[in-house]
Design a protein around this ligand. Structure first.
Ligand code: SF4
Length: 207
């Protein structure tokens, strides 16, 4: 269990984040969710390797970056002609990737990126203005790259959210559920059984 608020947690369901920091609760990770996480790590490693083989200088420092009251670890940064570029890599399903391309990235990812941009700038002592986000479709292996730049309004929203979360973690107050039952956030939440004891985990359906 993390003893600090993670930058990657800022955009998650607030109730889930409070559960994640409660040492008395045991997370139940559905096997499908675990496989997706493991696959995500492999894809991220493979993408870094691919970039290096194409001549891109990819750095993966084992350093912690801070953003407001949250901390985290970046996937890496690239050495671009105009200075360092934050590198983030995700993998997702075909429908999600199509939705992201149509409607934009989910809040959890944009907040994470904006937090990392500020945190990496502080660590390197040089303003990091840009992020290259590579998203790989888990079915087709198609790659979609986004370029993100610093957005002060999003950074402010993420900072305020981190502050609210930090307060909730301090007081132990349990926030209201932020997602509807049956949503993908809830179906793959490791605290579904705690939050909604009557719910059925994805791979238990029909068994
Ligand atoms: S089950 Fe849904 S509402 Fe409950 S903590 Fe998890 S994500 Fe939030």
């Amino acid at each position: 269990m993390r003893d600090y608020l993670g930058i990657s947690e800022i955009g998650l369901c607030q109730r889930r984040v409070v559960y994640q920091h409660d040492a008395s609760l045991e997370p139940v990770i559905p096997p499908e969710a675990q496989r997706r996480m493991d696959l995500g790590h492999l894809i991220e490693t493979q993408r870094r390797r691919e970039l290096r083989s194409q001549g891109t200088r990819v750095y993966r420092p084992q350093m912690e970056v801070a953003f407001g009251q949250a901390r985290g670890h970046i996937d890496g940064f690239l050495k671009g002609p105009a200075g360092p570029v934050l590198f983030e890599c995700k993998s997702t399903s075909t429908p999600s990737l199509q939705k992201w391309r149509r409607q934009g990235l989910p809040r959890s990812i944009t907040w994470q990126i904006q937090g990392y941009l500020e945190g990496l700038s502080d660590v390197l002592g040089i303003k990091v203005e840009t992020c290259q986000l590579d998203v790989i479709d888990r079915t087709s292996a198609e790659l979609h790259s986004w370029t993100y730049t610093v957005d002060p309004a999003i950074q402010q929203a993420a900072r305020e959210r981190a502050s609210n979360l930090a307060s909730a973690l301090t007081t132990g107050a349990l926030p209201e559920p932020e997602y509807e039952e049956g949503s993908s956030e809830c179906r793959f939440c490791p605290y579904l059984a705690t939050c909604r004891p009557e719910a059925v985990y994805p791979e238990e359906k029909g068994s």
